[in-house]
Design a protein around this ligand. Structure first.
Ligand code: COA
Length: 258
């Protein structure tokens, strides 16, 4: 299957190699062109899409629409068998030029990698892979662990860790770089160490890392993830966007479209 293919006016299907590998079946993302194309054609395409995806062996098709577009198109996706999974909020803040006395970044060393990967296996529950109960939870844990492994092995621009008093890893903050923006790609603190300021320290150390290197920092989180929303707001981030993620998941053995 081509990596990205135009499947209708205004609609592209992008293969998700990473998700396909984890789930052992094809997974893809449905992308809308900037102008969302011809809504009538999208509607017509969606009407027959589930049948085509099922025949092609897909497990998962995901689609993320900005809130305003979702208000126009969401029902059409639902009628085609998609289900709303999450509301994703994007937050942003400026990165100061002058020192604000933020914590010194503690970069992940190769000897820290296993502990970070282990932490990732149990830290996440609000992401779309864990929230969608039609997808196996064990695979969602596996996906997060692989995500962290890939980040530590070079995908991340910066990988920071937090350590407790005896030097054990209790959290990580993995960041990407997009032009003048630094992006918090994945952040977590071990369950037993939460509420003790490690999350804040990791975000602030991230900001300190990019002082003089990037202009803004962005982070995305689910609207239901009150802890991470509170963390970002306490660290000076404000909301700039929100989007709705929907999933189409292949029918179960009973043959029903879910
Ligand atoms: C989000 C997360 C990293 C926060 O880490 P943490 O170490 O517990 O956070 P901190 O103790 O530094 O708290 C930072 C601020 O957020 C607030 N906060 C943290 N957890 C909160 C909660 N459950 N409810 C409300 N506020 C919360 C605190 O009040 C604190 O504000 P303060 O500094 O003014 O006191 C942690 O909950 C976590 O790992 N969650 C699971 C992984 C996850 O969902 N990551 C986000 C993916 S986008």
């Amino acid at each position: 299957m081509p990596e990205t293919e135009r499947i209708a006016a205004g609609l592209l299907l992008e293969q998700s190699a990473f998700e396909s590998e984890i789930y052992g079946r094809p997974a893809a993302r449905l992308l809308l062109d900037q102008d969302a194309g011809n809504l009538e054609q999208i509607d017509r395409f969606l009407a027959g899409a589930a049948h085509r995806w099922q025949k092609a062996g897909y497990l998962l098709i995901s689609c993320r629409l900005p809130q305003a577009l979702d208000a126009r198109l969401g029902e059409k996706f639902d009628a085609a068998g998609f289900r709303k999974i999450e509301t994703l909020v994007t937050l942003e803040r400026q990165i100061p030029v002058a020192s604000e006395g933020l914590p010194r970044p503690d970069k992940a060393e190769p000897r820290d990698f296993d502990a970070c990967i282990e932490l990732a296996k149990s830290a996440f529950s609000y992401d779309r892979f864990h929230v969608d109960r039609r997808l196996p939870a064990s695979k969602a844990d596996q996906l997060k662990a692989a995500w962290v492994r890939n980040a530590l092995n070079g995908r991340a621009d910066t990988a920071l860790v937090a350590r407790n008093g005896i030097g054990d890893i209790v959290g990580f903050n993995l960041l990407l770089r997009r032009g003048n923006a630094a992006i918090i790609d994945l952040i977590a603190v071990a369950e037993t160490a939460r509420g003790q300021g490690y999350g804040r320290k990791l975000v602030e150390a991230g900001i300190e890392s990019y002082r003089g290197q990037a202009l803004t920092m962005r982070a995305g989180t689910q609207i239901d993830n009150t802890a991470s929303l509170a963390l970002y707001r306490q660290c000076g981030f404000h909301q700039i966007e929100s989007a709705i993620t929907r999933h189409w998941v292949a029918p179960t053995a009973t043959g029903l479209i879910q």
